[in-house]
Design a protein around this ligand. Sequence first.
Ligand code: ADP
Ligand code: MG
Length: 604
Amino acid sequence: MQHLIQLLPDAIANQIAAGEVVQRPASVVKELMENAIDAGATRVEVSIREAGKALIQVTDNGSGMSAQDARMAFERHATSKIRSAEDLNRILTFGFRGEALASIAAVAQVKLRTRLPGEELGTELDIEASEIKRIQAAALPPGTTFQVRNLFYNVPARRNFLKSNPSETRQVLNEFVHIAVPRPEVHCSLTHNDTLVYDLPAASVQERLLAIFGAELRDKLLRFDEAAGYVRIWGFAGSPDVYRKQRGEQLFFVNSRYFRSAYLHHAIAGVYQEMIPKETHPFYCIFFEISPEHVDVNVHPTKSEVKFDDENTLYALLQSAVKRALAEWHQSPELGMADSELRRAIYDSRPAEEPEEDATIGSMSVRLPERKAAAPPDWQSLFGAPAAGGGLSRPAQRQMTLPGADPARERKDAIAEDAFLVQFQQRYIVTSRNDRLLIIDQRPAHQRILYERFLRAREGAPLPSQQVLFPQTLELSAADFLALQEVEEILQRMGFEVKEFARNTMIVYGVPAGVAAGKIREIFDQILEDVRVAGAAGSRSRLAEGIARAVARRTAISSNHKLSPAEMRNIANELFRCENPGISPSGKPTYRELSSVELEEYFR
Ligand code: ADP
Ligand code: MG
């Protein structure tokens, strides 16, 4: 009988192994950065093109490699980090498996340039699909540069499986941050398509967090440091007046390795529960230092989960550490008046029911406790728009112009000239249409009108922009800055005038007519949230819909707003000119109708 079993050729075995280590550009960035840091580099420069799909380059000033090591490095199970079986538990601790380079070289075109500091000449090596194409001596700076081109060029199935560029870029940025945060002594930079996204000189952890997540966090990071038995837990918890609308700025590290843990997150969420609005998340960055025998850093190289042998104790320790940090902030006497008022507002009252009413900066929100006072400061009128949420009722002129007619649209009216129009509870427009009783819920209806108007602006005539009196600066995280650049054109067409000012800073000069300047930050916060979600799906029309929805939601009249008969008529007529009048962009019904038959039924 013929023998069927054969050994796989090395190149194919490597490709299969690569499936575990290299899933996307972000995994290559992670492996190369970790290698650079293991090599003692004090400076690591990452540069990517097209989200890393075209090129990932990592340059370090570390130990470099000899010609022989350069060649060996790409062999499977080649590692300089483990010498004997005793070192085996270091595999568990640090994940050294000597697999990363072999895996990367199996699925990309790799160029390695490296020189030992003590040598005259370095080595230049090209490897493609696990095959060394060229190796030669070359004059090079000390240290190592890896260039990884056309990831998955030889595995089309995997290449097609990659997400859109914005989504892959975000993952690269996340990975970069996860490596840069616990190593603040290493100067790390990241360039994307020639744009310097991060440049993080050696600094303290705290300074590094500010450089990454935004200077608004200054004075908002509560440091704590507690040790018990074999574990030390330290780090920073965001004060409760900063909170995030989305997950992603909650970081855990164990022995300098990033990990995720829903369980430990829960411990912290519990502490903040009463202090920040529902559906928001605290900022935190927490380091666990644990002797290795108490932690199993999963042997799977790409998984960011770990196993602790006594998770319940960690949960309790973590919770009490964070609690104490927050309590100290609460009591600290040296804070000024404004801060103590802020604190009282935060501790003495439940968070505002409607997070829409909070002011937001970038992806961060700052609660404005003054709003609870009887006469709020007129901060919105400062910016050239009428104040919202005033003591009595909202000024009637607000939004007057918004439902405004669109001359390009068909002018047929849904509401007869002589139809009655009343407003019920400052919320429902009651009138008649085609012999039916019509009840419109004004806020969702207005949202629908605005939403379609913004969407039309994408294809048709751009909406006019109205200059704001005081241009507003948005300080953003690098990821959000990139996201905004991505949608700049769509924003422009919808009437936003946004310009880059400095790295990670945008200035808003103009907004669609009718948008209150005081709402700009909230609107952009919402936009960024939607862009993150839609961007992950990678579709431009989804992006536009997300933006239109965000702006519509933030600019529509409220459910408690007195309308003039002209405004009511305008809303009713505009609503029925919409393509999809029955439902708001967030899925709520906009109106109900009752026929005379139904009414008769009702009175039977
Ligand atoms: P591991 O990191 O698990 O040892 P890798 O495949 O990532 O496995 O790397 C293989 C070996 O190549 C490393 O052990 C190290 O000796 C060498 N190496 C990789 N990158 C660098 C670098 N940037 N500088 C110096 N040596 C490196
Ligand atoms: Mg490695």
